[in-house]
Design a protein around this ligand. Structure first.
Ligand SMILES: Cc1cc2nc3c(=O)[nH]c(=O)nc-3n(C[C@H](O)[C@H](O)[C@H](O)COP(=O)(O)OP(=O)(O)OC[C@H]3O[C@@H](n4cnc5c(N)ncnc54)[C@H](O)[C@@H]3O)c2cc1C
Length: 241
């Protein structure tokens, strides 16, 4: 099987100041930030950056954010951040950070959850868990669009669809709370039928990303449909389901 090797995995760079090139509202509570990174190095789809905020009194808060962009976007990374109302870092990004601002970042960080051209693959995302999966989709579209890749994407309502204009034929959405008007597609949580159908093209690797609860439920479904635990790569974003 041909494998994509856009870059070797290396140790992440040092802390550096990135400049916010663009801010885009994806949904009412999710924004994408394109950062110009002076000491940029190529990443593998699935990797993340750490972001560090420092208050005037020296207090710091550090969080991880997946890279949404392809490594072909040299010198830049896109981070997509879901605003948690009672959070420390994500509301700062939503309410304060603007184009031209500088933010401290470090990355890319290696993890098991990377895509190197494995195919066919099934991607399963819940909410903002779609972010690293989008890096995989975007990179595949720009490098090897013929590789089979399917995305099952679970969102609550029509207002919660991130990257709505970019989800192509690879994506199957399901709405767990309020689907769009006239919606004739799937509703409710990702089901055994949906997973079995998505695995029909022979995917031997699954990437699952979202809250703990989503990851556990989706991984169970993928195993019930026949994949072994070693064929399932997971990334968990939050402490709760
Ligand atoms: C490898 C990795 C990649 C990540 N990538 C992304 C990404 O691409 N986009 C993104 O929006 N987030 C991502 N996250 C989550 C992110 O790192 C933060 O945890 C999140 O933004 C909350 O930070 P906060 O400071 O706003 O909230 P905090 O102050 O840390 O928490 C506020 C409250 O929300 C709860 N909470 C914390 N995180 C979550 C969560 N993810 N879901 C639900 N409740 C939570 C806490 O228990 C607490 O009650 C990633 C996490 C990891 C580990």
């Amino acid at each position: 099987m041909e494998r994509l090797t856009p870059c070797p995995q290396r140790a992440p760079g040092r802390w550096q100041l990135a400049t916010v090139a663009t801010v885009r509202a994806e949904t009412p509570r999710v924004k994408s930030f394109v950062l110009d990174v002076p000491m940029w190095m190529p990443h593998l789809p699935g990797q993340h950056y750490d972001v560090r905020l420092t208050a005037p009194d020296g207090y710091t808060a550090q969080r991880s954010y997946s890279i949404a962009s392809s490594p072909l976007d040299e010198g830049r990374v896109e981070l997509t951040i879901d605003c948690l109302a009672d959070g420390e870092v994500s509301p700062y990004f939503h309410e304060v950070v603007a184009e031209g601002d500088q933010v401290e970042v470090r990355g890319p960080f290696a993890s098991y959850f990377v895509w190197r051209g494995e195919s066919p693959v099934l991607l399963l995302g819940g909410g903002s868990g779609v972010v690293p999966l989008m890096a995989m989709l975007r990179h595949r579209r720009r490098t090897m669009p013929e590789l089979p890749m399917r995305l099952l994407y679970s969102v609550r309502t029509a207002d919660d669809v991130i990257y709505a204009d970019e989800l192509g034929a690879e994506a199957t959405l399901t709405f767990t709370r309020q689907p769009p008007d006239q919606w004739t597609g799937h509703t409710g949580r990702i089901s055994p039928d949906l997973v079995e159908d998505a695995l029909a093209d022979g995917a031997a690797t699954a990437y699952v990303c979202g809250s703990n609860g989503f990851v556990e439920a989706a991984a169970e479904l993928v195993m019930a449909a026949g994949l072994e635990p070693a064929q399932i790569r997971t990334e968990r974003f939050g402490p709760t389901g």
